[in-house]
Ligand binder design. Structure first.
Ligand code: IPM
Ligand code: MG
Length: 381
């Protein structure tokens, strides 16, 4: 795997709602990984810090300095979710979400990778016809630190009934270029097709987006590039999602289309994401959000968080074998018929379990996987 004596320091940010539960479940998997990596001389350690609403309660702000400093000093960060009804009345810059946006920006993780595929046994979860989703395997690459979520100026003025509000969508050429490279490089490891999504018929930022993406494409003559307008793309993703390979788009379009992909797959709970920049710590988060209605009930699906951990192992720790082993462990529990409530469909052989137990069962499957590998190696050498 890797050289002996290496230490990987992680930061866990459980956050709000179901965040703490899914991160706890991911921690079961981390503990198993730590045990087996330790035998290879690779050390894994982690500490938890508050973010979002939890940090507003503990420290009066959604991204405390101490949390940010720990994240910046870590190899990678695994985040649960932020937000909830309790903080809904706060102004945008005071809300839990501002903590997450601030963290993404401070870590410069400008490329957000959101894979969407049907996991074994979950094919029937998609509300679409089987013929429409067979073979579905999309990697959405969302620009994460620019666009209208960060553009200045922004704000409100005036009194009712004459209030007005302003957001600014802005992109620098370099911001487009660097995320486009991430998409084209990813396409080279996949089917070598990139679909770039914009709204060029209306927006200036989209015209620039398309020009820069086309320019970057000339460096990847082996990758096929096509463009779609975002409204049309919204339709295509439900009509024939399986024709797409890598989908590249700006921040807000990517936010919306990635939730749509969650709907297409039918189980937002299993969707993972990785946010990466140029070196520095990566940020890994399940796509599902804080789901306050089921928080604290041991009902949440931790597989999105666990699969985000698999992405962390691959992209930030350079441990692809660990990443594959975690994915295989998730597939194994699904094959055994284990389901959290959100992905249960009442079919024969399924067993509905809680968040904590799901984490433990994946950890057990991972231990079994390592054990088998070691036994095989021993027999082999
Ligand atoms: C997401 C979420 C976040 C975003 C929110 C919580 C700020 O919706 O990761 O997709 O808009 O990026
Ligand atoms: Mg979103």
């Amino acid at each position: 795997m890797k050289e002996q004596g290496e230490t990987h320091q992680l930061v866990l940010l459980p956050g709000d709602g179901i965040g703490p539960e899914v991160i706890k479940a991911a921690e079961s998997v981390l503990s198993t990984a730590r045990e087996y990596l330790g035998r290879e001389g690779i050390e894994l350690s982690w500490q938890a810090k508050p973010i979002g609403g939890a940090a507003i309660e503990a420290a009066g702000q959604p991204l405390p300095d101490e949390t940010l400093a720990a994240a910046q000093a870590a190899k990678a960060v695994l985040l649960g979710a932020v937000g909830g009804p309790k903080w809904d009345r706060l102004a945008p810059h005071e809300r839990p979400e501002a903590g997450l946006l601030g963290l993404r920006r401070a870590l410069s993780v400008y490329a957000n990778l959101r894979p969407a595929a049907l996991l074994p046994g979950l094919e029937g979860q998609s509300p679409l016809k089987p013929s429409a989703v067979r073979g579905l395997d999309v990697l959405l690459v969302r620009e994460l630190t620019g666009g209208v979520y960060f553009g200045q100026p922004r704000g409100r003025k005036g009194e009712a009934p004459n209030r007005s509000a302003l957001d600014t969508m802005t992109y620098q050429e370099g911001e487009i270029r660097r995320v486009a490279h991430v998409a084209f490089r990813a396409a080279r490891r996949r089917q070598r097709r990139v679909t770039s999504v914009d709204k060029r018929n209306v927006l200036e930022t989209s015209r620039l987006w398309r020009e820069v993406v086309e320019d970057v494409a000339t460096e990847y003559p082996d990758v096929q590039l096509e463009h779609q307008l975002v409204d049309s793309m919204a339709t295509l993703l439900v009509l024939k999602p399986q024709v797409f390979d890598v989908v590249l788009t700006e921040n807000m379009f990517g936010d919306i289309l990635s939730d749509e992909l969650g709907g297409v797959v039918g189980s937002l709970g299993v969707m993972a994401s990785a946010s990466v920049g140029d070196g520095g710590p990566g940020l890994y988060e399940p796509v599902h959000g804080s789901a306050p209605d089921i928080a604290g009930k041991d009902m949440a699906n931790p597989l999105g968080a666990i699969l985000s951990l698999a992405m962390l192992a691959e992209h930030s720790l350079d441990l692809p074998l660990l990443s594959r082993a975690i994915e295989a462990a998730v597939h194994e529990v699904l094959r055994q018929g284990l389901r959290t409530r959100d992905i249960a469909d009442g079919s024969q052989g399924e067993q509905v379990i809680g968040t904590r137990e799901m984490g433990e069962r994946v950890a057990d499957a991972l231990a079994q996987n390592f054990h088998t590998r070691q036994a095989l190696n021993a027999a082999y050498f």
